[in-house]
Design a protein around this ligand. Structure first.
Ligand SMILES: [Zn+2]
Length: 161
């Protein structure tokens, strides 16, 4: 569960940073491409081909929703969410900052989207951002095990093709 906003505003759109040791332990990277395409199309269909957070149409990304058990350092794959490009950049705002530094993304558009969707101020964004990075630094100190949950059979090559 994401507990970093307990003493702040309730936010519809939050930052979800993946601890560094988990960066390549995601379902997308272990699934054969056709299986991932099938899964993400189903996620988009169930979301009515709209962003599951802000409702925008257009291009969608399939976001993996993880729950981090900080007591035993296991990341659990909880499911998927169809997200518009800007909501997805907010989720992984560390990567967004890197893309912006390379001139590939307008970082201010991502921050403006966060403020618009949440109806909050720049200061609210900044507090949430700092809390998310503090949590990310703490979680990145550990090795994590990955639990794909209901999606484990998909990741087995013999059953996924
Ligand atoms: Zn969105």
């Amino acid at each position: 569960m994401n507990t970093i906003d307990n003493n702040l505003l309730p936010l519809r759109l939050t930052i979800e940073l993946v601890p560094e040791p988990c960066w390549y332990a995601n379902l997308r990277d272990v699934l054969p491409r056709p299986a991932w395409d099938k899964l993400r199309r189903e996620v988009y269909r169930l979301s009515g081909h709209r962003c599951g957070i802000c409702g925008a149409g257009g291009m969608l990304h399939c976001h993996e929703v993880w729950r981090y058990d900080d007591a035993v350092h296991i990341q659990h794959l909880e499911g998927f969410r169809a997200l518009c490009v800007l909501c997805h950049h907010v989720k992984h705002i560390g990567l967004a900052g890197k893309l912006a530094s390379e001139g590939k993304l307008d970082y201010e558009a991502v921050v403006a989207h966060f403020m618009r969707v949440n109806g909050c101020s720049r200061a609210d964004f900044q507090r949430h951002y700092e809390a998310a990075f503090a949590q990310w630094r703490e979680r990145s100190r550990y090795e994590w095990q990955t639990d794909l949950g209901d999606y484990t059979p998909l990741a087995r090559p013999d059953t996924a093709r």
